[in-house]
Design a protein around this ligand. Structure first.
Ligand SMILES: NC(=O)c1ccc[n+]([C@@H]2O[C@H](COP(=O)([O-])OP(=O)(O)OC[C@H]3O[C@@H](n4cnc5c(N)ncnc54)[C@H](O)[C@@H]3O)[C@@H](O)[C@H]2O)c1
Length: 447
């Protein structure tokens, strides 16, 4: 199939864009306060590709490298409005203070704005996130009725903000592990399940279904199944809405998806990779529960297998041991520390080791990802893209993709994919990095 390089039709980003956040905890409040600080000119959006990244266009000799936000028509930060749900009530200001990520001065600077965001009562069931005890939740006879309540919330928020566009990103806690079952296979089966309160339908799925029904794109920041099921893909296609997921790729996995491709590129073998973390925020507390940890563990483990392709490199990768641990350690709060011990082997099988110690801040890494996802999902919607947005794999630990292919985990392939997708949308030549033309032209000039 040849790729057309005509510019695709993209509606202009006019008017406010409402960002819907189920779960107003550490990541959400760091994101909202950050957007407010940046648009007030008080700080800078470090870590955000949409705000700070550039994109090369055409040949290297053309020297065209506009910033991404000047190249594609993205919504401006000034146009973002926020709405969210949580189980603790109060406002985004209360939630930001509780999260304890930002320092008191930054929270104070955004106090009025954060206080203007009231948290709506959540759709929540303790059996899906066992470590949390809710204060305010919605009640209804069936999960389908809960969907209707959420849809009403969505419509009201859009009306209050005077917006016709929205994006929802799940920033709620990691739910217990749910295996894909019969109820997830088709839209009619899923809708029947909503009416019959099927246990395999978790709260995050109820939010996602409500969003898609309202024509709102949905991205999943946690490793829960949520939209990664055939029924949701079907609904997204039917409603013409983009979906993406899952699990923000922030700290340890970000490093893993840079280091593992390096090993493979140099045909260096792997005997074992041990990853451990200490984390003291509420997310760490939730992940201390085995059901929620299993969901995260599956997400964190998948990257290496896919990148290293043991079936193609049996001598190098058929037998490596991979272990991931997350330890809840309250004194650290949001300032996670991770250690990786990587046992590798090189020429003639001689063993070597790599040690990585990353002292990061979970929500500081996640907030710019959330911003980029909001802006790119809105762009995708305006460009009439529906269903899975594989070009956004760059942001996820377990990227969603079409059933017949495997997910791409290598960070730099993901970045190339993302940028080529933007070039494709804007009718620019895709960049292959072949570069033979420079040498062929020079040769003919010399003759
Ligand atoms: N920070 C990171 O680096 C990172 C990376 C990848 C994934 N994540 C995921 O992002 C999510 C948010 O992380 P966080 O650090 O902000 O966690 P957090 O615990 O601070 O915030 C999550 C919030 O979701 C709320 N919540 C739970 N279930 C809900 C429901 N059904 N409806 C509405 N609200 C609900 C909780 O009350 C809490 O306030 C987690 O699932 C986490 O695993 C975070």
């Amino acid at each position: 199939m040849s790729i057309s390089n005509s510019k695709k039709k993209i509606a202009k980003p006019t008017g406010p864009l409402t960002v819907f956040l189920p779960g107003i905890g550490a990541v959400s409040t760091t994101f909202i306060a950050g957007v407010e600080l940046v648009r007030s000119g008080l700080n800078q959006p470090f870590g955000s590709l949409t705000q700070m990244g550039v994109i090369r266009l055409g040949k290297r000799t053309e020297k065209r490298s506009p910033s991404i936000k000047d190249f594609v028509p993205l919504a401006s930060l000034d146009d973002l409005r926020f709405a969210g749900w949580d189980i603790f009530g109060g406002t985004a200001f209360d939630a930001a203070k509780k999260a304890g990520v930002l320092n008191p001065q930054d929270i104070e600077l955004t106090k009025d704005f954060l206080q203007s965001i009231d948290l709506m009562p959540a759709v929540f069931e303790k059996s899906y996130v066992k470590r949390l005890t809710p204060k305010v939740v919605k009640r209804a006879k069936s999960k389908m009725e809960l969907v209707e309540k959420l849809r009403e919330d969505i419509r009201n928020a859009m009306k209050n903000h005077g917006s016709v566009r929205g994006v929802m990103v799940w920033c709620g806690s990691t739910e217990i592990f749910i295996e894909e079952g019969k109820v997830h296979q088709t839209l009619p089966a899923f809708e029947k399940g909503l009416m019959k309160n099927d246990r395999q339908i978790s709260p995050s799925m109820i939010y996602a279904y409500a969003a898609l029904k309202e024509g709102i794109p949905f991205a999943n920041g946690a490793p829960n199944l949520t939209v990664d099921i055939p029924a949701m893909v079907e609904l997204a296609k039917e409603r013409g809405v983009p979906i993406a997921g899952k699990d923000f790729k922030t700290g340890q996995t970000l490093l893993k998806t840079v280091l593992a491709p390096m090993l493979k590129a140099r045909a260096i073998g792997l005997n074992g990779w041990f990853s451990t973390n200490i984390l003291g925020n509420q997310d760490g507390e939730v992940l201390d529960e085995p059901g929620s940890f299993k969901t995260k563990e599956v997400s964190k483990l998948s990257a290496l297998e896919y990148i290293l392709q043991p079936h193609l490199y049996p001598q190098l990768y058929s037998d490596f041991y991979h272990k991931v641990r997350i330890n809840y350690y309250p004194p650290r709060g949001d300032n996670k520390e991770s250690w990786d011990n990587i046992d590798i082997f090189g020429w003639l099988g001689y063993p070597m080791q790599i040690k990585v110690n990353f002292l990061c801040r979970d929500s500081i890494l996640a907030a710019p990802i959330l911003l980029d996802l909001v802006l790119f999902m809105d762009l995708a919607q305006r460009a009439s893209r529906s269903g899975i947005q594989e070009w956004l794999s760059f942001y996820f630990k377990s990227p969603m993709c079409a059933p017949e292919i495997y997910p791409e985990h290598d960070l730099f392939i993901q970045l190339t994919k993302l940028k080529n997708f933007l070039r494709y949308l804007m009718g620019e030549e895709l960049i292959t990095h072949l570069g033979v033309e420079y040498y062929e032209e020079n040769r003919s000039r010399r003759k």
